[in-house]
Design a protein around this ligand. Structure first.
Ligand code: GDP
Length: 369
């Protein structure tokens, strides 16, 4: 009998028949002992992404009913909470009850209040139908919070299934687990800035005999990041702690987010707009009445990413209007920018327009920080 072989990078079942499906290994690599799939091979050696379709049904099949037998560890990206708390996931998995690893805490300001963020995140999770058991603020990168999380997983009676959207840092976290527990087969998962890297299950054994299973990451709808190219993601996804940028704006002023979108202060008293975006993203302030002309003159050059001549072009921008009219005392709000960060508004009356490529859905939320 032929045993099923999986890619040591992403866990996809290897096959040599169809280059467009996951787990493809070219014939000349097939005889090797532990070949990487083409996708992981290219990613590892050339930093290229080979798009692979993981259809919704296929995803569903992979996670269906896991909640009946497994404790569910939901990994959330603190830089893109709206894109990583998938509202339908708990239905697939079959339980609302989740342990939450809120990853990338290293990107938040040093002085953040962990209790506040935890309470805030619990609120966001409940809104989307989850019943969070416990929330750990972690960084797979700097290892913050990992000992506490790992202790919790060790104490878990059931096997653990790790679920989450693509790009939240699931593979990075699992790699930490692999190192921590010296798993026999020293697989290293392919981690990357590119969405959708983990394609199928990888199992890790804990010292108590329990296992941790990885599941594929699904691409979230309504986000900008899955539309971006590797070189654009390098700029837009922060790699270091974010330095918030404070703009004191008057109504009638505009901020360009490179060439990816724009935020217009349409109406309201002069107030601060505090941007939490990658330190590498160029932000350009101008008058709203000049915005069209500035964009026409500078898109793809001063205003980028995307660079001039990008193939394919990003979808045209769509306008989203947000109206803030506090009934009682003003409360700070975040204007989420669809996966590339957010703007903190102090909650006094304001009308703000956000322009982003068609299909990307920004939203207003209570302030995280
Ligand atoms: P997956 O798709 O969920 O498996 O995510 P990966 O582990 O491949 O990580 C996606 C991206 O997030 C990569 O660029 C990682 O370097 C980055 N990343 C993962 N964990 C952290 C973290 O704790 N902090 C920061 N700043 N970046 C992280």
């Amino acid at each position: 009998t032929e045993t099923v072989r999986t890619c040591p990078g992403c866990g996809a079942v290897l096959q040599k028949d169809d280059p467009n499906r996951q787990g493809y290994v070219p014939p000349e690599q097939w005889e090797r002992k532990a070949p990487l799939c083409l996708r992981c091979h290219r990613l590892l050696h050339y930093g290229e992404v080979v798009p692979v379709k993981l259809e919704a049904d296929e995803y569903r099949r992979q996670v269906e009913g896991l909640g009946a037998t497994h404790a569910i560890l939901l990994v959330v990206d603190l830089f893109d909470v709206e894109g990583s708390v998938l509202p339908e996931l708990h239905r697939f998995v079959g339980t609302r009850r989740v342990i939450v690893a809120a990853n990338k805490v290293d990107l938040l300001p040093q002085a953040h209040n962990p209790e506040r963020i935890r309470a805030w995140l619990i609120g966001r999770l409940r809104e989307r139908g989850y019943d969070p058991e416990e929330v750990f603020l972690i960084s797979a990168k700097s290892e913050t919070g990992l000992p506490e999380l790992f202790r919790r997983l060790e104490a878990e009676r059931r096997p653990v299934a790790v679920v989450g959207a693509a790009n939240v840092g699931k593979s990075s976290l699992l790699n930490r687990l692999i190192v921590r527990y010296g798993v026999k087969e020293r697989v290293r998962l392919t981690t990357s800035r590119l969405p959708g890297t983990t394609l199928a299950r990888v199992t890790i054994a804990l010292p108590n005999g329990k296992t941790v299973v990885d599941t594929p990451g699904v691409l979230p709808p309504g986000r900008l990041t899955p539309l971006l190219l590797p070189e654009e993601l390098k700029i837009v996804l922060p790699r270091r702690r974010i330095d918030p940028r404070i703009y004191q704006l008057q109504a009638g002023q505009t901020l360009f987010l490179g060439g990816l979108g724009r935020v217009d202060f349409v109406e309201g008293e002069r107030q601060p707009f505090v941007l939490y975006v990658s330190n590498e993203l160029y932000v350009h302030r101008t008058k709203r009445e000049r915005a069209e002309a500035v964009y026409a003159a500078h898109r793809g050059r001063l205003l980028r990413p995307p660079a001039e001549g990008r193939v394919p072009p990003l979808p045209e921008w769509r306008r989203h209007r947000f109206v803030i009219r506090p009934k009682g005392a003003p409360e700070k709000r975040d204007l989420d920018l669809g996966g590339i960060g957010w703007v903190v508004l102090n909650g006094v009356p304001a009308v703000v327009d956000v322009y982003l490529p068609h299909g990307v859905a920004p939203e207003l939320r209570p302030a995280m920080i």
